[in-house]
Design a protein around this ligand. Structure first.
Ligand SMILES: [Zn+2]
Length: 284
């Protein structure tokens, strides 16, 4: 797999937009940070792995960039050609098949996860990186199958497993079949546990629904990026059910860490070193 080049010369920065003409020309080059509300040059964000250089806010990272961040060099991809067969022939605002085709064109991926084997700081690992752009990073049969096969590969090759989640949960276009992936992956993780190979779950913004309710929370180590939304149901549904106002910061990484639901909150720039240290500990 060849990586795209994200380096750029520091001096090819366009001038800040001043007049309307210039604003038109530079449209799409700037992005407002959701943390500090400052306008950031998009390429600066990209070069900084979507972390705001001014306030440290963590934006969403696509799967290819995620693998580039964590792995030492190129990696071997598996099951890249797996596609959903649309068993329910589902149609919402448009047919599921069409949605898949459009998503595939927009993201250059066949589904919402990349499964690969590579080296992380010298440790050989199986790694699955979810892509939040692909139908909200939702988990359907393809995501389930790719992760389950990665677990099996980890057992065959005696390597640790890392799954980086970024998902809105089960994919409604595949109905109950997407829910079955939760059981399938959880059962495979139990077998991984029995052969005493480590599984590190990295939860990024957002990790919700059936993904949180299965593999994202089943790691030997569950670590999250700062400020990530992590939960099962959304806050509105919970408030309506329990008829209570939810506390400040509810369902964010820091809140979950404080309440014992996570092992650590690790900034994106320290993630690789943190996982490497953990693997050294687990693998003796
Ligand atoms: Zn910021």
């Amino acid at each position: 797999m060849s990586w795209f080049k994200r380096d750029h010369a520091a001096n090819d920065k366009p001038p800040k937009p001043e007049d309307s003409e210039r604003r038109v020309r530079t449209e799409g080059l700037w992005q407002k940070c959701e943390g500090c509300r400052q306008i950031i040059w998009k390429k600066d964000l990209e070069a900084n792995w979507q972390v705001c250089p001014k306030c440290g806010w963590h934006g969403r990272l696509d799967a290819v960039a995620r693998l580039k961040l964590l792995l030492d060099g190129d990696c071997e991809q598996f099951d890249a050609g797996l596609r959903s067969s649309d068993p329910l022939e589902f149609v919402d605002s448009k047919p599921y098949r069409e949605r898949l085709r459009a998503m595939s064109q927009a993201t250059n991926l066949e589904d919402a996860v990349i499964a690969a084997e590579g080296k992380l700081d010298g440790h050989r690992v199986q790694i699955c990186a979810m892509d939040p752009r692909f139908i909200g990073g939702s988990m359907g049969s393809v995501v389930g199958e790719k992760i389950a096969r990665s677990i099996e590969r980890a057992m065959e090759r005696s390597t640790p497993l890392i799954v980086v989640s970024a998902s809105g949960g089960a994919r409604m276009q595949e109905g109950a079949i997407s829910l079955m992936q939760m059981a399938k992956i959880s059962a495979a993780l139990m077998r991984l546990d029995e052969v005493r190979l480590p599984y590190i779950s990295v939860l990024t913004d957002p990790t919700t629904g059936g993904v949180t309710a299965s593999y994202a929370m089943l790691g030997d180590l569950n670590i999250a990026e700062p400020g990530a939304l992590i939960g099962f149901a959304g806050p509105r549904v919970i408030e309506q059910t329990i008829r209570q106002k939810l506390p400040e910061g509810f369902q964010r990484s820091e809140f979950l860490l404080k309440h014992g639901m996570l092992d650590a909150v690790v900034p994106r720039m320290e993630l690789k070193a943190y996982i490497s240290r953990s693997l050294k500990f687990f693998m003796g």
